[in-house]
Design a protein around this ligand. Structure first.
Ligand code: 3H9
Length: 686
């Protein structure tokens, strides 16, 4: 996995451990022995650390986590590099991540190619950079930048790395040769051997700013709610500022040990591989040919259509956006422009860039303009007859090779496909709202969707920066079908005795971004409500009849402060609920938080089991990827199926049996769930 190649007086440590040159045991042995040889061989004057393949070392081998790590440890290797009497230069291409960047920071100099990316993403798998990263990075880039990079986990580009001193030079041409030439310059010109551990000035700056850590805590509080790793990352960086290097390293180890075998890290590690597994469709091999996508069309310039168009534009793909009427088109384009202008005003890009992006959108009221599009995504009103008409029309105007996609969130994609002469080119691409922000796309595979079209849609979604997951055709697909089960229980719970804010609080505390009632208020209670036919049959109808349409009308399940939009519980809603329950003969009772949580989550798990058994999802872990990316299921709980396994399927089944005794119909366990529970197994080992 590691060889030592000599280029004159420069020795090149070549790491070759595909796919991402992770610091597996063999790599550690190779680096350790290589550094010993370099020290012992008098003919060698300098060393370069370079990797073959697509990337520099992308971190520790995550597959080795959870078991004792065999010697040599990476910190020993880094210490050999840093204390080497001969200059060691890291030559970076691809991504220098986690343990990879930590190793590079133990080198005396770092050079990189223009498109290299560098970062410490450990926080995303629930841990901290435990190979000296929390001690070295602040010494190089300063505490503020280190806090941002380590608690955010996002890598930075080579240019930004250069500006922050994280690399010494951006090199052109063949990287290994350029790095060797750089190393010779270090030797020839007698440059000092920079040991990051000895740098002090950036730490001194932070000592003069004692509020820096609490400021950062406040800034990230909302985003990191419930996660343990970000706080330990901050404490480790605090240690870099307050303790000598060796003691700081020890503190980093302690804080790392608190996380690495914890429940959150296990769940996040599981999720890392789950997301990658979801990209693979067993009967669609990697070699499946792809159709070329160089232009796209979107039908419907409403909230969804506009958001979908933005995705294409952001990836540099020109888009034809079609609406029926000029006024609706203008409104849609204005919303897209406003979104881009908001990003520009936040410094994400320049106003010129806003114009460039808007320039990639061709607005039109004529579907004939889709003629030269490689894919058209339909985002019109959810009505089967309308969709069929639309698809028949698209079939007429689009080129023979064009893919026709529907953004439907629950309708039968096979029926839609049958309205065309090319069902093999039809599939669902179910984006989530706001479509330009949410990562998930359910790729709905119809009975006749061809492998080529499916593979193209998956690859396109990745190009758009999305996380695509293949699902089968059924009402609501995976995400919304499970959500509907939660909704049923949430609605029952508030009639039986809980209040909307009790249900929302329990789910929020569980880690979801909001509960079902806050979500309804945000979406609008009047979705699907008809004033004419409304007759107080459901609580929702009663609320709408009272003008409580959700956030937009200032009240729904909650009342909203007109200035701050802050929600508060409302006694009127409480009395509406008790009157409604009384009219139905329901005697309200005290409902515990545990019951709320079980009744909201277990039916989702049960539905997940059915979805799995029906083959609508390919794997239990795909369901988790959908819930984490589309509905904000807390990453540190892995996803609903992982959660079910972690609490034990017997627990879920026992609760289900209890609810069936209590409530009767509607509490039948899915056969797969019962079978696995009886066998003492989980979804993920089934
Ligand atoms: C760390 O370093 C800890 C230290 O601080 C010290 C602690 C004490 N290990 O993503 P892709 C596999 S923690 C094992 O599809 P891309 C991946 O599963 C680590 N395997 O490619 C996949 O396998 P398969 C910090 C790994 O081009 C294949 O490689 N580092 C690892 O879209 C291709 O991956 C990170 O967290 C790994 N570290 O993206 C970086 N990484 O083909 C994690 C990848 O069988 N990695 N694999 O499905 C990434 O962010 C992306 O993989 C990367 C490439 C950007 C590198």
């Amino acid at each position: 996995m590691v060889t030592l190649e000599e280029r004159g007086v420069v020795a090149v440590l070549v790491v070759d451990n595909p796919p991402v040159n992770a610091l597996s045991h063999g790599v550690r042995i190779g680096l350790y022995e290589g550094m010993k040889r370099i020290a012992a061989d008098d003919s060698i004057q300098a060393a370069v650390l370079w990797c073959r393949g697509r990337t520099f070392i992308a971190g520790a081998d995550i597959r080795e986590f959870g078991r004792p790590r065999e010697d040599p440890q990476t910190n020993e290797i880094r210490s050999l590099m840093e204390s080497s009497k001969k200059p060691v230069v890291a030559a970076i291409h691809g991504t220098a991540l986690g343990g990879g960047l930590e190793t590079a920071m133990a080198c005396h100099y770092r050079v990189a190619v223009e498109d290299a990316r560098l970062g410490l993403p450990e926080v995303k798998i629930g841990i901290l950079p435990g190979g000296g990263g929390t001690q070295r990075l602040p010494r190089i880039v300063g505490v503020r930048k280190a806090l941002e990079m380590i608690t955010g986990g996002e890598p930075i580009g080579a240019q930004e790395a250069l500006e922050n001193g994280l690399i010494d030079e951006i090199v052109e041409g063949e990287l290994c040769a350029a790095a060797a030439a750089f190393a010779l310059r270090v030797v020839g010109e007698g440059w000092p051997l920079k040991r990051v551990r000895d740098l002090e000035d950036k730490l001194a700056e932070a000592r003069a700013e004692p509020g820096i850590f609490d400021d950062h805590r406040r800034r990230i509080a909302r985003k990191t709610r419930g996660f343990r790793a970000p706080e330990n990352c901050i404490r480790a960086i605090e240690a870099a500022v307050s303790l000598p290097f060796e003691e700081g390293l020890r503190r980093e180890q302690e804080l790392s040990a608190e996380l690495v075998n914890g429940e959150q890290a296990k769940a996040q590690r599981y999720y890392f591989f789950a997301e990658r597994a979801a990209q693979k469709v067993p009967d669609v091999p990697k070699e499946t040919p792809l159709r070329t996508i160089e232009s796209a069309g979107v039908l419907g310039a409403g909230t969804m259509g506009g958001g979908i168009a933005m995705n294409f534009v952001n990836a540099g793909i020109p888009v034809t956006l079609v609406e029926v009427e000029e006024s609706a088109l203008e409104r849609g384009l204005a919303v897209v422009r406003r979104n881009y202008e908001r990003s520009a005003s936040r410094g994400r890009f320049s106003m010129d860039e806003v114009e460039r992006r808007m320039g990639l959108i061709r607005g039109s009221v004529d579907t004939g303009d889709f003629a030269d599009c490689d894919i058209v995504v339909e985002a019109v009103f959810e009505n089967m007859d309308l969709k069929k008409r639309v698809f028949a029309g698209l079939d007429d105007v689009c080129g023979d090779n064009a893919i026709l996609a529907s953004n439907t969130s629950y309708l039968d994609v096979n029926e839609i496909a049958a309205a065309t002469s090319r069902p093999e080119a039809v599939l669902g691409t179910h984006f989530f709202s706001p479509a330009n922000v949410m990562k998930l796309v359910e790729i709905v595979r119809g009975e006749k969707t061809s492998k080529e079209v499916l593979a193209t849609a998956m690859s396109l979604a990745k190009r758009l920066g999305k996380v695509p997951v293949v699902v089968g055709v059924c009402n609501g697909f995976v995400g919304n079908r499970m959500l509907a089960q939660r909704r049923v229980q949430a609605d029952r719970l508030i009639l039986e005795g809980a209040l909307p804010w009790d249900v929302d609080r329990v789910l929020y505390d569980f880690g979801l971004p909001m509960g079902p009632f806050a979500m309804s208020d945000l979406a609008g209670l009047d979705i699907g409500w008809d004033r004419e036919s409304s007759a107080g049959r459901t609580l929702r109808e009663v609320l709408c009849e009272r003008g409580r349409l959700g956030q937009k009308s200032g009240s729904g399940y909650y009342t909203y402060d007109p200035d701050t939009r802050k929600s508060s519980p409302d006694p009127e809603v409480e009395s509406v609920i008790s009157d409604f329950a009384a009219a139905q003969g329901i005697v309200r009772r005290q409902i515990s938080d545990d019951e709320i949580l079980a009744r909201c989550t277990y039916p989702m798990i049960n539905e997940g089991a059915k979805i799995l058994e029906e083959g609508i999802a390919l794997r239990a872990s795909d369901i988790d990827v959908i819930w984490v990316n589309g509905y904000g299921w807390p990453l540190y709980r892995g996803g609903p199926m992982y959660y079910a396994d972690s609490i034990g399927l017997q627990t879920v089944v026992a609760a289900y049996d209890g609810f069936r005794d209590q409530f009767g119909e509607g509490w039948e366990t899915a056969p797969l769930l019962r079978r696995l529970a009886e066998q003492g197994r989980g979804f993920l080992d089934s």
